[in-house]
Structure formats: C-alpha cells, structure tokens
Design a protein around this ligand. Structure first.
Ligand code: HEC
Length: 137
C-alpha cells in the first residue's frame, strides 16, 4: 500500500516535471523571432540552421552570441581578425561554413566547427541569411 503511494507520488512528480519542461521549451522557442520567408529554399535554410545548431551561436535578431548575428549579415562588409575586410556574399558564407578557420571575424574566437553539407543545403543557408538581411530590424 505504502509502496503504491510512493509510486503514485513519484509518477505524478515526474509527469509534472516533463510537462513543465515541455512548456518552457515551447515558450522559449516561440519567443524566437522567425522571419517571414518567401520561398521554400529559404525555409529549408531556416530548418537547417535549427537542426544543425547554428542558431545556438548565431542570433537571428541582432542579439549578442558566440558568433556574429545573422541579422544584416548578408551584404555587409565584415572586418576580419587580421584587420582586412570582406564582403559577406554567397561565397564568403559558404567558405565560413565549410572552412570556418579560413577567415575569422574580428572580435570572435575560432569556435565554429566545419560542417559537411550538400551544395543544396549550403545554398539554402545562403538564401535564408540573404532573406534575413532584407528584413526590417
Ligand atoms: C559553436 C558556435 C557556432 C556554431 C554552432 C556555428 N557557428 Fe558560425 N560562427 C561562430 C563564430 C564564433 C564565428 C566567428 C568566427 C569565425 O569567423 O569563424 C562564426 C562565423 C560564421 C559566419 C561568418 C559570419 C560573419 O559575420 O562574417 C557564418 C556565415 C557562419 N558562422 C555560419 C554558420 C552556419 C551556417 C552554422 C550552422 C551550419 C554555424 N555557423 C554554426 C560560431 C558558431
């Protein structure tokens, strides 16, 4: 009898914990501003950014992160660690993903690992960041 009580209290507490955590995760994620995207390629880019964990280090809203924000990234002139500059275009973005150590952004550490993505996935990420930079801040 006593054991059954313990079991009931235990499962109730665990259920509450799981429900609570799920609620927190959903709330936090829905707080993330998802930009409006006008094509399937960009939409796929967003999904890739989520599933590959890019957005753990890169904010989409100008917020500070381990890596530079993606808001306004596409098309800007980036200052690199060695003091030189680079225009952020498709080639630069793809190089940053497949060989992150090749050109480091000033003010950031070399913390990004290289990703092995298909050409199509790379194009999707480029298209997503391009559209993100067309948005109003
Ligand atoms: C562990 C954190 C981390 C993750 C995860 C990460 N990055 Fe980065 N990323 C960085 C840091 C730090 C920099 C700046 C240093 C450098 O240039 O490598 C950077 C730089 C970049 C740049 C150049 C940004 C600029 O303003 O010039 C691009 C583009 C980029 N990352 C894309 C991606 C993509 C796409 C993914 C996911 C497939 C990703 N990153 C995942 C940390 C991360």
């Amino acid at each position: 009898m006593k054991n059954k009580m313990h079991f009931l209290v235990g499962t109730t507490l665990i259920t509450m914990l799981v429900v609570g955590l799920t609620w927190i995760i959903i709330t936090v994620n829905s707080d993330m501003q998802i930009p409006e995207l006008d094509n399937a390629l960009a939409q796929r880019g967003l999904e890739l950014a989520q599933s590959n964990g890019c957005i753990a280090c890169h904010s989409l809203d100008g917020g500070v992160g381990i890596g530079p924000t993606w808001l306004g990234m596409y098309g800007k002139t980036e200052t690199l660690k060695d003091g030189s500059t680079a225009i952020v275009d498709a080639d630069y973005i793809i190089e940053s993903i497949v060989r992150p150590e090749a050109r480091l952004v000033q003010g950031y550490e070399n913390l990004m690992v290289r990703y092995f993505l298909s050409e199509e996935d790379l194009q999707a990420l480029v298209e997503f960041t391009r559209q993100l930079s067309l948005q109003e801040p």
